[in-house]
Design a protein around this ligand. Structure first.
Ligand code: UDP
Length: 322
């Protein structure tokens, strides 16, 4: 479908990739991006002139505006980003989701909500059919997980009670060019240290596992769910073939960078204080998205890391320090 499309958080790491793909598809007659630049480190000049870019809090969007589709991504992100919003993360996430719901209800828009794998709140291999069990561990990461889970339920309940056309995606560990090290994400942190020959800080013993998925695959999954996913359903989007321990990841990035950086094992609570909570295994089952939409991720971890490495090598701001 497409037509008039709104992407909230459309200048963020995932949102900008999604916006570019929506424009490339050609069926978006008018793309509006709203973003308050709270997590943007990327160059979005290529989007200027092709999209209406509104630098503002999405809560200020006029609710009489009509969009055929809304992709709602605006949210605090990243382990460090979350810490910075401690105490107001859940309220923000829920308030933003309510705004997205009101816009979609008023305009009759198809709404896609980008939630988070954090809603599983526990370790293991995550399947959408399993009821979430969020352990009661105090801290900002829990507040984030509970905010995202509450937003999902809020939207699903509104969709059941009113005329709201909804789909939900839970992305698992997106990586790619222009991800922010400053927000705490591991891949840019390791590259930025590795390219300077500095130690790669591995938290704990490095045996925690993630299944990383390139942002182009995440964006493709989001669009596939919006186009072909079933209404009021929740879909994991990630790459189950890219499982690695964090220590293995550090070794791969060290050898790509080739500057002889050592691995330094650190206790993250010494860096960020006791509010830092580790999530151990986060591995998605993505069979539902594949069955319902035909989408499957394409990029291997090796290819994704190669792309990110080339991107860093070509960035003038990084070239200045390596
Ligand atoms: N991590 C690490 N060193 C860093 C940053 C992160 O060892 O400098 C680890 C972190 O403990 C976590 C994993 O890398 O287990 C992924 O972290 P990220 O913040 O990218 O994603 P999330 O934990 O939210 O899945």
């Amino acid at each position: 479908m497409q037509g008039r499309v709104l992407v909230t958080g459309g200048l963020g790491f995932i949102g900008s990739e999604l916006s570019r793909r929506l424009l490339a598809l050609g069926s978006t007659s008018h793309l509006t991006i709203v973003d308050n630049l709270s997590s943007t480190i990327l160059d979005y000049s290529d989007l200027e002139g092709h999209a209406e870019i509104v630098i503002d809090d999405m809560r200020n969007i006029d609710e009489t505006r009509h969009f055929d589709e809304i992709y709602h991504l605006a949210s605090p992100v990243g382990s460090v980003g979350i810490l910075q919003h401690s105490g107001k993360i859940a309220g923000d996430i829920i308030g933003l989701a309510e705004k997205a719901a009101r816009l979609a209800e008023a305009g009759g828009s198809r709404l896609l909500y980008v939630s988070s794998s954090e809603v599983y709140g526990r370790d293991g291999s995550h399947d959408e059919a399993v009821a979430q069990m969020v352990p009661c561990r105090r801290g900002p990461r829990m507040e984030y997980a509970l905010g995202k889970l509450t937003a999902e339920h809020l939207l699903l309940n509104r969709a059941a009670a009113r005329d709201l056309d909804l789909r939900i995606v839970r992305p698992f560990n997106a990586i790619g060019e222009w991800q922010s090290a400053g927000l705490g994400f591991v891949v840019p942190r390791f590259f930025e240290a590795g390219l300077k020959g500095e130690p790669l800080t591995v938290y704990g013993d490095g045996q925690q596992r993630r299944s990383f998925c390139h942002v182009s695959d995440i964006a493709g999954g989001i669009i596939s769910v919006q186009e072909r996913g079933l209404a009021n359903e929740v879909y994991n989007v990630g790459n189950r073939d890219n499982i690695t321990t964090i220590l293995q990841l550090a070794d791969r990035i060290r050898s790509l960078c080739g500057r002889g950086s050592p691995v330094q094992f650190v206790d993250p609570t010494e860096l960020f204080g006791p509010a830092y909570i580790e999530a151990f295994d986060k591995i998605p089952d993505v069979g539902k998205a594949a069955d319902h939409t035909g989408w499957t991720p394409q990029l291997s971890l090796e290819d994704a890391l190669d792309r990110i490495h080339h991107h860093y090598r070509s960035r003038r701001d990084v070239a200045a320090v390596v």
